[in-house]
Write a protein that binds this ligand. Structure first.
Ligand code: ADP
Length: 441
């Protein structure tokens, strides 16, 4: 028998025994009276403690547990111990929940917990940002009241969440979100959102790039196959044959240039940034650029080199020569005969600038932001006619980025253009000091 039950019954048995004894000694009336009085006192004792317990249970605060006497002291002690364990477990659980919520709040993706009726139960900061909602203001609101786009409403109602849904953010259409619903628990749902704007942009750039490359290569290939067919079907005289093979060689050269430029771009993309150890001797490099420019111009332009500042650059020489060479070649190709192409170099302790200025055809300023995109040309026909691939400035931009340099472009249609490359101080060193440091001076 449980000791509490035993201790409850024991006084009753004791009272009954005492009453029996009294009734023997003083008569039945005294015995019954004594028994009734004792049982009533016992009932009052229990009723008082039960009422104390009932009052405490209405607002069960651990520190305000009532104090009992006798048997009830043990009952309250047991209750206190039980309540203390429960409170500790509860506090532990609350702490864990807070930790989970904190982790959920800082999650880089948006997280919304929806109940069985698709009402917002909880959401993190990123979801507030993605869906332009607030947990305090929108708690309990149906998600379809806030995300009203028909694609989303259809997605949530269809119930097939095997693949994500791409949607423009309600806050700004510039943001593209990938949404995924994961059902869990008792008809609850997790709505996850991720910003895929950059991925989408990359994907569309990749598509454009493949389309552009295919288009650029298809044109010379079509010309080549046309010539080949003509040669096969017609009995051409040797002179015509020579003319045709020259034209075919031109097309092959064009394809070769495109492929070479594409390979250069992909090498630049995958190679690590040039170190600050390699010194580029600027003076002789500028002189070589000038000589090459004269050769490329074939005497049709005035080529001027204007250099001041005895400073060298730190970087990859082959890349810098390629970037500067591209700018010079563009200036010559887009400047009509009789024009001027000026190469200038200004360097000091703090920075250096290489610029190519021409008096050529120029272009309207609205083209400037897109000029360094792959295959972007202001005048496609002119670019092709002068052997351009549309990749030159993209290569220049890549090389400059790798050297933390910037490209500044100014142009006026029919007046000319200026392409200026600026290097940061850490890539510019006095020519002699750098040479001496390496024991070369
Ligand atoms: P392309 O091989 O066509 O020259 P680029 O990437 O070097 O390709 O240049 C992109 C476009 O920028 C050219 O097609 C041309 O329209 C314009 N461009 C570049 N440099 C000049 C310049 N110096 N003068 C006028 N237009 C230029």
């Amino acid at each position: 028998m449980n000791h509490l039950v035993f201790r409850t019954l024991l006084p009753v048995a004791f009272i009954a025994l005492a009453a029996l004894l009294l009734s023997f000694m003083f008569g039945t009336a005294v015995g019954v009276l004594a028994f009734g009085g004792a049982v009533a006192a016992l009932l009052v004792y229990h009723a008082r403690h039960i009422s104390q317990l009932a009052r405490w249970l209405e607002e069960p605060v651990l520190d305000q547990m009532p104090r009992g006497s006798g048997l009830w002291d043990d009952v309250f002690a047991l209750l206190y111990r039980y309540e203390r364990v429960k409170t500790r477990e509860h506090q532990q659980l609350a702490k864990t929940l807070v930790r989970f919520r904190q982790a959920g709040r800082v999650h880089p993706d948006g997280v919304v917990i929806l109940d069985a009726e698709n009402r917002i139960d909880w959401c993190n900061d990123m979801a507030e940002h993605h869906f332009d909602l607030t947990l305090d203001g929108d708690h309990g609101a149906p998600i379809t009241n806030l995300l009203r786009q028909p694609e989303f409403v259809g997605y949530i109602e269809a119930g097939d969440y095997s693949s994500p849904l791409e949607l423009r953010s309600a806050r700004t259409s510039a943001i593209i979100l990938s949404l995924q619903i994961i059902p869990y628990g008792d008809a609850q749902k997790l709505l996850l959102s991720r910003d895929v704007t950059r991925l989408e942009k990359l994907e569309s750039m990749r598509r454009d790039f493949v389309a552009n490359v295919s288009h650029e290569l298809r044109t010379p290939l079509t010309v080549l196959s046309g010539f080949l067919e003509t040669i096969r079907e017609l009995d051409l005289d040797p002179q015509r044959m020579r003319d045709y093979s020259d034209l075919m060689a031109d097309q092959c050269k064009r394809m070769q240039h495109i492929v070479d430029d594409l390979l250069t771009l992909s090498t630049l993309e995958s190679a690590p940034s040039p170190s600050l150890d390699e010194r580029v001797c600027v003076a002789p490099m500028l002189e070589r650029l000038r000589v090459d420019a004269v050769a490329l111009s074939g005497g049709k332009h005035r080529i001027v080199l204007d250099a001041s500042g005895d400073y060298d650059l730190l970087g990859a020489e082959s890349e810098i020569v390629s970037a500067f060479g591209n700018l010079v070649s563009n200036a010559i190709r887009y400047t009509p005969e009789g024009g001027e192409v000026r190469l200038s170099w200004r360097a000091s302790e703090g920075a250096a600038e290489f610029a190519v200025e021409d008096t050529g055809i120029g272009f309207a300023p609205e083209h400037i932001p897109r000029l360094t995109e792959r295959f972007y040309r202001v005048d496609r026909g002119r670019s092709r006619a002068t052997g351009g691939t549309g990749l030159g400035l993209a290569i220049v931009k890549h090389i400059l980025n790798r050297h933390q340099a910037t490209l500044e472009i100014h142009s006026v249609p029919d007046k000319g253009s200026r392409f200026a490359v600026r290097f940061p101080a850490r890539r510019v060193v006095p020519a002699t000091t750098a040479a001496a440091a390496r024991g070369e001076a």
